[in-house]
Design a protein around this ligand. Sequence first.
Ligand code: PEP
Length: 254
Amino acid sequence: MRKNIVAGNWKMNLDLEQGIHLFNEIQDLLKVELRGEQEVIVCSPSIHLNSLAKALNDTSKLSIGAQNCHQAENGAYTGEVSAQMIASAGAKYVIIGHSERRLYFSESSSLLAQKLDTTLKNGLLPIFCIGETLEQRNGGTYFDVIKEQISEASFHLDGSEYGKLILAYEPVWAIGTGLTASPEQAQEIHLFIRNLIVEKYGQSLAENITILYGGSCNPKNAAELFAQPDIDGGLIGGASLKARDFVDIIKALN
Ligand code: PEP
């Protein structure tokens, strides 16, 4: 059975005090309100990870993730953060290949392949993002784009490694824009992704892979998106910065 997951991506927002405050608010709300088996992840700026790990209470339903890591194990890469550092700070997950990193930091599929390797080698679970731009959607090339992004960065992994991945389909035109893919548009791509995994790794592995939707997901549209058969939860940007909205999105996933 694949897991249902909602992950928040705080991006480069919130200072430490604000981050801990939001984290505790989410934690308190979930304690009282979460009834299902959903997994909840908060991906904070790396500098906050250890403080959030310490703020986790015993019965917490939260896990912590980073938003990026360097591809090398360690070395002379001034200003960078390694997968091992992230794991040692108390995180379990790391986002790899977010479209903002592809766009602003020129992250290519071959680089992302290395980042997936380093992440897995250090015991972290990658949340691997893929998605097409508006131009690619309007030009009708989006199936090819998604196939290329997935196969070039992740199909070198063997089955046991692949089974640890969470995928996140995030159409670039829907991220932070208020435009959301319709449930039908998102389901079409999620099924396409799952079928690519079936072809490469077989039915049973593909059935167990969690595929999240991301792109202007909010408490109003979440339930309809999550009701689609191949949408197993969400990667949430803006709405993860408000505890009430984030928890309502989590509750929409059953
Ligand atoms: C994201 O950045 O991963 C994202 C989905 O952002 P938003 O929810 O703000 O569109």
